[in-house]
Design a binder for this molecule. Structure first.
Ligand SMILES: *Cc1c(COP(=O)(O)O)cnc(C)c1O
Length: 829
C-alpha cells in the first residue's frame, strides 16, 4: 500500500503549496483559469453550470488549505475523534455555506461581478444534496457544521445515494414522485478516495476457529460470506464557522468485486454478465423514502450493514495506524449512532474485535459499550426498527450469533442481578418473541451503548416511561437528554441576510460566534423604530416568497396578509389535517360573518409524503382541493388564501422560513420527539402556535408564555385519553364548526368530481381519531382567534416576534454539540 515511488524521508521534505489568496482579483483570475483548464471551456461560451463548477473549484481550494491543517492538527494532538453514523444527511446546497463560513462572501461576489456573473444566480444552480427525509437528516447536517465550528475532530459517515429524496410534483393536486438526480452534472465538492475501499460481505456460513473448546458464539469464528461488494469512499469537506476547522463527511458507494463477468459476456449473456455489478450498485442507489414506517425490505438492512461495516473498518484502520492497538479505542474514538439505522454496528464491532482482531468476548463487549452512544428519535412503535430473525440470520449469520450471545448476557444480568420477571425480561430482550421473531434494533443499540439520548426534555422523559422503561430500570444512568438545535449560520445569517445585518447593526458582532448573545436584542422589542425596521425586513422576505409563489405556481399572494406556515413532512401525527379543517371552518365563518374584521391570512403548506403512506397523500390532495375552492370563491374577498408549494426541501425552507409570521407546530402531544422547524421559525421572528410537544415546551420556557400561543391536550392527557378511550363522534357533534367542516369534506364540497375521495380521512376521525384532531379542534380554533387578536396590535406583535429571535439562541446546534462533546463523547477542546 501507499506510495512506493517516493521514500518516506523524501516525502517529508516535499513542499506544501502556499495558501491561496482570496482577494477578488485573484479569485476572478482563478475562476477563468478553472473554466479553461479544469472544465475545458472558453469563458465566452461557458454555460451557467460551467461558471458554477469553476467557482466551486476555486472556493474548494481555499477549503482544502484549512482541511489539511485540521487533519494535521487532529493527528498531532492525539485528540479523540468523533464519528457520526447516519443513514441520512439532508445537507441542501453547500456553496453559500462554505463561502460564508470562510468569510469570503463579498470577495466571491465581487470577483464574479467583475466577470459579469451574478453569484446568487450561480449559487441557485447548485442542486440540493437531499440525502435524507426530514428532521433526522437535517439534524445530522446541522451537527456536521457545528462540530466543525466548535472545533471537534469529527467524521460523518453515510451513504452516497445516487438518487436522494424524490422530487415531488403535483398532478391535479396529487403527489407524484420523480427521481432526483443531484449528481447529473457531477459534484465538484466531493473527492473519490479509491484507496479507501473495504470488502463487505453478506450471507454465507460461519466456521468455528478454536476447535478444542465447545461451540459457543462468544468465541472466535470465521464468517464465510457468500456475496461480497466493495465500499468506496467519497469525501466532502465541511467548513465550520470562520473556518475554525474543516471536517470530513465520508459517504460510501458500492462497487462489485468483478465489474463484469467476461466469460458470460463473451458467451453472449450481456445482461447476466453485469448482474453482480448491478446488484452491488443497487446498494447505494436510492435513499429509503419512508419516514417513520417500518423498513420492511431486505435492501434496507443491506444498506444499514453496508455502511456500518465500511465505517467501522475505516475507523479501526485509522485507529490502528495511529495507536497500534484496539484497547485504547474508547479513549480515542466516540461513535454516535443517529437512530437505530446504524445499530447493527454494535454486532459488527464485536465481530471485528473478536473474529478479525482476536479479542475475547468480554473485553470486546466493554470496548463496544464504551465506544458507542445512541440517539433515539422517535417513540412511534411502527418506527422502531426490527428485522425478522430469518432475514437477519440469512444475511448476517455471524451477527445473529453475536446478538444471541449479547442477549444472553443481558437477560442473565436482568434476571439474576435485578430480579426481572418474565414480562420485564421479554421487554429488555433483543429478540421480540411475540409473533414472528424479530431482532429489535433499538434494544441492541441501547445495550451496546453507554449513553442513550433523547432529543428534547419531554421526549427523554417519555422514553424513560415508555419504550425503554425496563431497559432504563436495568441501566439507570444511561438515558440522558440533548435537546436538538439548528445552525444559526444557515438558518439566520445566510437565509435571512436582511435580519442578520439589522441585528448586527444594533447589537454588534458577538451573536455571530455565540447565538445566545442575541439576548442583547431584548431591549429593542420596546423600541418603536427598531420594530418598524424589523417589520420592514419581514415584509421584504414575504415579498421574496410571494415572488417565488407567483413564479412557480402562478398564484398571487398579498405580502401584507399574515403568512401562516406549516412546512414539514406530511404525517398524521403532525396534523396538517387539523390545520386544513380549521381553514375550512374559518372559510365558513368569513362567509357567514362578512361584517366581522377578519385578519387576512395566507396559509402556506409544503411537505412530502412517504410514497406508500396513503393517508398522508390524501391529506396533500385535500389541501390542494380546499385551496382551489377557497382561492376561487369571491365571497372570501381575498381574506384567506391557501397554497401548497411543491417539492419541499432545504433550499425552499431557506426562502419560506424568513417570511413566516406564524409557525404551525401542532403535533399530537407526545408524538414529535423534538422538531427543529419550530426553532428555525422562532429564530427568524415568527410567532409559534403549537402544542406542548417536543422542543415546543422548551421554546415556551425560553421565549415566555406571552410570546407563544399554546393550545390543546398535554402528552399526559393524550395518553390518558387513549388508555380510557374517547368518543370522537360525540366531540364532533358537540362542535358546530367542526361538524360543519367535516360534513363539507365528506359531502364532496371540495371534491365534486369524486365525492367519496376523503371519506377514509373523515371516517377515521369519527371512528378512532388516534391523533386527537377532533379532541383538540376547538382549542386550536380558539388559539387561532387569539393569534388574530394579537395580529391586530401590530406594535405588540413585532415586540413579541423580536423577543422570539432574541431568546432562542440557546437552540443553536453549537450548544447541542458542546453538550454531546462534554457529557457523552468526552471529546473536544
Ligand atoms: C428543518 C427541516 C425539517 C424538519 O422540520 P420539522 O418541522 O421539525 O419536522 C424537515 N425538512 C427540511 C427540509 C428541513 O429544513
Amino acid at each position: 500500500m501507499g506510495n512506493t515511488m517516493i521514500s518516506k524521508s523524501a516525502r517529508a521534505d516535499l513542499p506544501s503549496p502556499e495558501p491561496r489568496r482570496s482577494d477578488p482579483a485573484t479569485l476572478a483570475a482563478e475562476i477563468i483559469e478553472r473554466l479553461t483548464y479544469s472544465i475545458g471551456k472558453d469563458a465566452k461560451v461557458a454555460q451557467p453550470h460551467d461558471w458554477m463548477t469553476a467557482t466551486i473549484l476555486v472556493i474548494r481550494d481555499r477549503v482544502i488549505d484549512h482541511w489539511m491543517e485540521s487533519t494535521r492538527k487532529t493527528y498531532e494532538s492525539g485528540g479523540k475523534r468523533v464519528y457520526y453514523l447516519s443513514l441520512e444527511f439532508l445537507i441542501g446546497r453547500l456553496t453559500r455555506d462554505a463561502v460564508s463560513n470562510l468569510g469570503m462572501l463579498e470577495e466571491v461576489r465581487e470577483a464574479l461581478e467583475s466577470l459579469g456573473v451574478d453569484f446568487d444566480v450561480v449559487a441557485a444552480l447548485e442542486p440540493d444534496a437531499a440525502l435524507g427525509n426530514g428532521g433526522l437528516g437535517r439534524l445530522a447536517a446541522c451537527f456536521m457544521e457545528s462540530m466543525a465550528t466548535v472545533d471537534i475532530p469529527a467524521y460523518g459517515y453515510g451513504i452516497r445515494y445516487v438518487h436522494g429524496l424524490f422530487r415531488q410534483q403535483m398532478s391535479d393536486g396529487w403527489q407524484v414522485e420523480l427521481p432526483e438526480t443531484w449528481l447529473s452534472h457531477g459534484n465538484p465538492w466531493e473527492f473519490q478516495r479509491s484507496e479507501s475501499a473495504y470488502e463487505i460481505g453478506f450471507g454465507g456460513s460461519v466456521d468455528i476457529l478454536d476447535t478444542e473448546t465447545d461451540s459457543d458464539e462468544t468465541q472466535r469464528c470465521a464468517w464465510k460470506p457468500q456475496e461480497r461488494v466493495i465500499a468506496v469512499a467519497y469525501d466532502t469537506p465541511v467548513v465550520g464557522w470562520r473556518a475554525n476547522r474543516v471536517n470530513t463527511l465520508r459517504l460510501w458507494t458500492a462497487q462489485p468485486i468483478d465489474p463484469i463477468l467476461l466469460d458470460a459476456f463473451n458467451a453472449g449473456d450481456h445482461i447476466g454478465a453485469l448482474r453482480e455489478s448491478n446488484k452491488a450498485e443497487a446498494l447505494a442507489r436510492v435513499l429509503y423514502p419512508a419516514d417513520g414506517t417500518p423498513a420492511g425490505q431486505e435492501l434496507r438492512l443491506r444498506q444499514e450493514y453496508f455502511f456500518s461495516s465500511a465505517s467501522l473498518q475505516d475507523i479501526l484502520r485509522r485507529h490502528l495506524q495511529q495507536y497500534g492497538d484496539l484497547l485504547s479505542l474508547p479513549d480515542k474514538v466516540a461513535i454516535q449512532l443517529n437512530d437505530t439505522h446504524p445499530a447493527v454496528s454494535v454486532a459488527e464491532l464485536m465481530r471485528l474485535l473478536i473474529d478479525v482482531h482476536g479479542m475475547e468476548f468480554d473485553p470486546a463487549w466493554d470496548i463496544t459499550r464504551e465506544t458507542f452512544s445512541y440517539t433515539n428519535h422517535t417513540l412511534l412503535p411502527e418506527a422502531l426498527e426490527s428485522w425478522p430473525v430469518p432475514l437477519f440470520e440469512r444475511l448476517l449469520p455471524r451477527h445473529m450469533q453475536l446478538v444471541y450471545a449479547i442477549n444472553a448476557k443481558v437477560l442473565v444480568h436482568a434476571r439474576k442481578e435485578r430480579g426481572y420477571d418474565d414480562e420485564q425480561a421479554r421487554s429488555v430482550s433483543l429478540i421480540d418473541e411475540g409473533g414472528e421473531r424479530r431482532v429489535r434494533m433499538g434494544n441492541l443499540a441501547f445495550v451496546g451503548s453507554h449513553s442513550i439520548n433523547g432529543v428534547s426534555a419531554l421526549h427523554t422523559d417519555l422514553m424513560k416511561q415508555t419504550v425503554f422503561s425496563d431497559l432504563h430500570g436495568l441501566y439507570p444512568d444511561r438515558i440522558n437528554n440533548k435537546t436538538n438545535g439548528i445552525t444559526p449560520r444557515r438558518w439566520l445569517m445566510q437565509c435571512n441576510p436582511g435580519l442578520f445585518s439589522l441585528i448586527r447593526e444594533v447589537i454588534g458582532d458577538e451573536f455571530m460566534d455565540d447565538a445566545e448573545a442575541l439576548k442583547a436584542l431584548e431591549p429593542f422589542a420596546g423600541d418603536a423604530e427598531f420594530r418598524a425596521r424589523f417589520a420592514a425586513v419581514k415584509r421584504d422576505n414575504k415579498v421574496r416568497l410571494a415572488n417565488l409563489v407567483a413564479r412557480r405556481m402562478g398564484i398571487k399572494i398579498d405580502p401584507s396578509a399574515m403568512f401562516d406556515i406549516q412546512i414539514k413532512r406530511i404525517h398524521e401525527y403532525k396534523r396538517q389535517l387539523l390545520n386544513i379543517i380549521e381553514a375550512i371552518a374559518l372559510y365558513d365563518q368569513i362567509r357567514s360573518h362578512p361584517e366581522r374584521d377578519w385578519t387576512p391570512r395566507v396559509k402556506i403548506f409544503a411537505g412530502k409524503a412517504a410514497p406508500s403512506y396513503h393517508n398522508a397523500k390524501l391529506i396533500i390532495k385535500l389541501a390542494n382541493d380546499v385551496a382551489r375552492v377557497i382561492n376561487h370563491d369571491p365571497a372570501v374577498r381575498g381574506l384567506l388564501k391557501i397554497v401548497f408549494i411543491p417539492n419541499y426541501n432545504v433550499s425552499l425552507a431557506e426562502v419560506i422560513v424568513p417570511a413566516a409570521d406564524l409557525s404551525e407546530q401542532i403535533s399530537t402531544a407526545g408524538m414529535e420527539a423534538s422538531g427543529t422547524g419550530n426553532m428555525k421559525f422562532a429564530l427568524n421572528g415568527a410567532l409559534t402556535i403549537g402544542t406542548l410537544d417536543g422542543a415546543n415546551v422548551e421554546i415556551q420556557q425560553c421565549v415566555g408564555e406571552d410570546n407563544i400561543v399554546i393550545f390543546g391536550m398535554t402528552a399526559a392527557e393524550v395518553a390518558e385519553c387513549r388508555a380510557t378511550g374517547h368518543n370522537p363522534r360525540a366531540i364532533i357533534e358537540a362542535s358546530r364548526e367542526l361538524s360543519q367542516a367535516l360534513t363539507a369534506i365528506s359531502s364532496g364540497v371540495f371534491s365534486p368530481d369524486d365525492r367519496d375521495r376523503f371519506t377514509e380521512l373523515t371516517d377515521g376521525l369519527y371512528e378512532h381519531d388516534w391523533f386527537m384532531v377532533t379532541a383538540d379542534f376547538d382549542a386550536y380554533a380558539e388559539a387561532q382567534r387569539r393569534v388574530d387578536s394579537l395580529w391586530l396590535d401590530e406594535e405588540a406583535w413585532y415586540g413579541r416576534t423580536i423577543l422570539n429571535t432574541a431568546r432562542v439562541g440557546w437552540f443553536s446546534s453549537d450548544r447541542t454539540i458542546r453538550q454531546y462533546a462534554k457529557e457523552i463523547w468526552k471529546a473536544g477542546p
